[in-house]
Design a protein around this ligand. Structure first.
Ligand code: ADP
Length: 282
């Protein structure tokens, strides 16, 4: 992807597997939104090949659009609609595009159940709480029962409880409906909880691709061992902590106290990979 003379995506190549949650991570300006919008068919790429559900999104038609879900930021209008009414109305647009094997659109009561809005079915949109509102945004994005769902920073501004509920919802969608999900986030804890696979993007390139565990193994000193000996605290980084700990205990036995082994989490891994990439460019 190029704007004028500036390349903002270079050699980006990946494939999503059916039914997986693929998470795109990267600093601001890395190119996440550009990728997502190209895949959604909202932005034209400058060159290269793209297939989404087997079709080039730049040439896609309504029938393709019916198979893809996009969760946008909250709808501000339509305040006088009630939840069930709006979902029934929007679902109606998908009736022309029946899906083999699944009932499309979602039957409204089932959809309300999946997103946790059964009790709010007859509530006007203006009366919904922030969390309910966001669940409605998701319901709107999936009412056509998409095979592939795009979620762009879906939990920005959520409190911890709303975030947890949203994560449960994502798991339900993949479990109940086998939906493939492409999600962007800045929340590394969220990425670690949800992702089957993570792509880290920096400067318009993919710098890492794998599960959280696979990525953590790529970073040197993947685990940190801490212990106390004779009143003094020690820290040591190791690729493989088990032999180190065994040796420590063999040598010092009962004199070792407060032993901890901590595997790098995704945040440690991410910071190292992005930092190394940026260092390498200078
Ligand atoms: P991210 O979503 O990872 O923050 P973006 O995809 O929004 O990144 O942006 C990637 C790069 O493309 C940035 O350097 C941004 O300034 C540039 N960019 C995005 N949209 C345009 C545009 N319409 N014209 C020129 N440059 C753009």
């Amino acid at each position: 992807m190029r704007y004028g003379t500036k390349d903002v995506l270079t050699g980006v190549s990946f494939a999503a597997r059916s039914g997986e949650v693929l998470v795109l991570l990267g600093p601001n300006g890395a190119g996440k939104t550009t990728i997502v919008e190209i895949l959604e068919g909202f932005r034209m790429r400058s060159s290269g090949e793209v297939a989404v559900l087997g079709t080039d999104p730049a040439k896609a038609d309504e029938a393709w659009r019916a198979r893809v879900g996009v969760v946008l930021q909250s709808w501000r209008d339509h305040g006088k609609w009630r939840v069930r009414e709006l979902l029934g109305h929007l679902g109606g647009y998908y009736r022309r595009y029946p899906s083999p094997g699944k009932q499309r659109p979602w039957p409204v009561d089932d959809l309300l159940e999946v997103v946790g809005l059964t009790a709010a079915a007859d509530t006007r949109l203006t009366k919904l709480s922030g969390g309910q509102r966001r669940r409605l945004d998701v319901a709107i994005g999936i009412v056509g029962r998409p095979e592939l769902l795009f979620l762009d920073e879906p939990t920005v501004g959520f409190d911890p409880e709303a975030r947890r509920e949203f994560h449960d919802l994502v798991h339900r969608l993949t479990d109940v409906d086998d939906t493939t999900i492409l999600l962007t986030t800045h929340d590394l804890d969220e990425a670690e909880k949800l992702a089957d696979r993570i792509l880290i993007l920096a400067g318009g390139r993919i710098i890492a691709d794998g599960s959280a565990d696979e990525l953590s193994r790529r970073v040197a000193g993947a685990s940190e061992i801490r212990w106390t000996l004779n009143g003094q605290r020690f820290v040591h980084s190791a690729e493989n902590p088990t032999p180190y700990v065994r040796e420590l205990l063999t040598q010092h036995g009962d004199a070792i106290a407060d032993l901890e082994v901590r595997r790098n989490n995704l945040e440690d891994t991410y910071m190292r990979l992005v930092h190394d990439f940026e260092g390498g460019r200078q």
